[in-house]
Each structure stands twice: as structure tokens, then as C-alpha cells.
Design a protein around this ligand. Structure first.
Ligand SMILES: NC(=O)c1ccc[n+]([C@@H]2O[C@H](COP(=O)([O-])OP(=O)(O)OC[C@H]3O[C@@H](n4cnc5c(N)ncnc54)[C@H](OP(=O)(O)O)[C@@H]3O)[C@@H](O)[C@H]2O)c1
Length: 215
């Protein structure tokens, strides 16, 4: 059997540890990193993300198949894009001017498309950005459970989107594939499914009503 993909979660704030915990529970090996020394998060990792390995970001990324960006968007520019070359990158970030400040590059359009344009050597998929961190964990349910929530996955590369759809399924969500990174704009702040937890039919309805309202 193929070994499960290894995850590097960049960001150990609100959402990074939750993603890490869910992924560990689903059987993925997980490393977690901040911009600093892994020693600084060793104790907290042991306490709140048992099983995760705190590492330097560069080491975590080097050994990972999937890298989750769970850092504030205004810190994204600190990351050397070449570090992520060849990686499947999950962009869980949102443009949130109240905390990011105004970032003119992100004022219009899809934030993940802009992220992808900078990460030219990576395959970028947008996911795990549209559900609040506490709900992300509390609402996760195994496949087939009643009222299992849905989570969106948007990407231009079908194999990469399929891998992340499988990750979402394994951590407790019915994945909803959106046909492109651009289509993933529905997942970002201001979009019809941002910040609400919806079942699969509710999610699909919200997305299609939104599409109709734009025509
Ligand atoms: N909060 C939520 O419910 C939620 C849900 C879904 C998505 N999101 C999105 O996820 C992103 C993170 O949100 P958050 O609320 O978790 O932020 P947060 O609590 O402020 O945590 C940010 C984390 O990122 C780390 N970090 C910053 N720059 C880094 C770098 N260059 N490399 C590695 N780690 C770095 C920070 O550590 P150091 O400063 O020590 O490096 C910190 O651990 C945002 O874009 C947000 O919109 C949030």
C-alpha cells in the first residue's frame, strides 16, 4: 500500500493546529512550523497536537508531499517561493484587511490565483480556508454520517484537486470540487459559502444560486 502523503503545516496559530490535528487523526504524518525555531513550539505541539513534529519550515516542507499555508496573507511574502517548488500547496489563507491591512495586490480577484502566480513551481489548490477553526474540528464527521458538512476544493490541476478532495474526505468533510482556482473565489470572504458550515446539498445550492445571481 502506498504510504500516506506527508503534510507540512506552515502556521501554528488558530487554524494550523486544527488542520494538523485532523490530519493526524486521519492517518497523515504531519510536521508543523512557524517562521521561527521549532523549539519554541515544541511544548505546545506536544500538548495540543500530539503526534505532530515541530520543525523548521524549510525542513518540514522539504520532506512533505502536501504543504498547507495556514499563515496570515500579509506574511506570505516572507516565504521563499522556491522552497515550495514541486509541492502540492493548499492555500488555506484569506485576504482579511482588518488583520492583514490593505494589500493592494489582493484587493481585487481571487487571492489563491495571486498566490499561485507567485508560486510558479508549485501546484496550488484552494481549500480549508472557508470554515472557522473551531467549527472545522467540531463539525467534522465520518463519511456517511448524517449532516456531514461539505468543504470546497478548487484547483486547476485535477490530480492535485483530487488529492486534496481525498484529504478533506478523510478529515471529515464531503468534498465539493470547483472546476478551477478561479472558481474557488466562492470560497473566499464575501463568497456564498465563506464562514458558514453547510451540508453538501446546501453548499451546492449556495454556489449555484451565486452563479445565477452573477449572470
Ligand atoms: N482562524 C480561522 O478560523 C481560519 C480558518 C480558515 C483559514 N484561516 C486563514 O488561515 C490563515 C492563518 O490564520 P490564523 O487565524 O491561524 O492566524 P494566526 O493565529 O495569526 O497564526 C498565524 C501563524 O502563522 C505563523 N507564521 C507567520 N509567518 C510564517 C511563515 N513565514 N512561515 C511559517 N509560519 C508563519 C505564525 O507564527 P510566527 O509569527 O511565530 O512565525 C503563527 O503561528 C489566515 O490567512 C486566515 O484567514 C483562518
Amino acid at each position: 500500500m502506498r504510504a500516506p502523503s506527508r503534510l507540512a503545516v506552515l502556521g501554528a496559530g488558530h487554524v494550523g493546529p486544527v488542520i494538523a490535528r485532523l490530519a493526524i487523526k486521519a492517518g497523515y504524518p504531519v510536521a508543523i512550523a512557524t517562521s521561527g525555531d521549532p523549539e519554541d513550539i515544541a511544548l505546545i505541539t506536544e500538548l495540543i497536537i500530539p503526534g505532530a513534529q515541530p520543525r523548521w519550515a524549510s525542513d518540514a516542507v522539504a520532506d512533505a508531499d502536501i504543504v498547507v499555508l495556514a499563515i496570515p496573507l500579509h506574511r506570505f511574502g516572507d516565504i521563499d517561493p522556491t522552497l515550495l517548488d514541486g509541492k502540492l500547496v493548499v492555500d488555506a489563507m484569506n485576504y482579511w484587511p482588518a488583520s492583514d491591512g490593505v494589500l493592494s495586490a489582493f484587493e481585487h480577484g481571487g487571492s489563491s490565483e495571486i498566490v499561485a502566480r507567485r508560486l510558479t513551481g508549485s501546484t496550488v489548490v484552494k481549500a480549508l480556508n472557508h470554515i472557522g477553526y473551531h467549527e472545522l474540528e467540531d463539525r467534522a464527521r465520518p463519511a456517511g454520517a448524517p449532516n456531514r458538512p461539505a468543504a470546497g476544493v478548487a484547483g486547476d490541476d485535477p490530480a492535485a484537486a483530487a488529492a486534496i478532495a481525498s484529504l478533506l474526505d478523510r478529515i471529515g468533510y464531503d468534498p465539493v470540487r470547483l472546476e478551477s482556482l478561479r472558481a474557488g473565489r466562492v470560497l473566499q470572504p464575501g463568497g456564498p459559502v465563506f464562514g458558514v458550515v453547510l451540508t453538501l446539498p446546501e453548499f451546492e445550492r449556495a454556489v449555484s444560486q451565486n452563479a445565477r445571481s452573477l449572470t
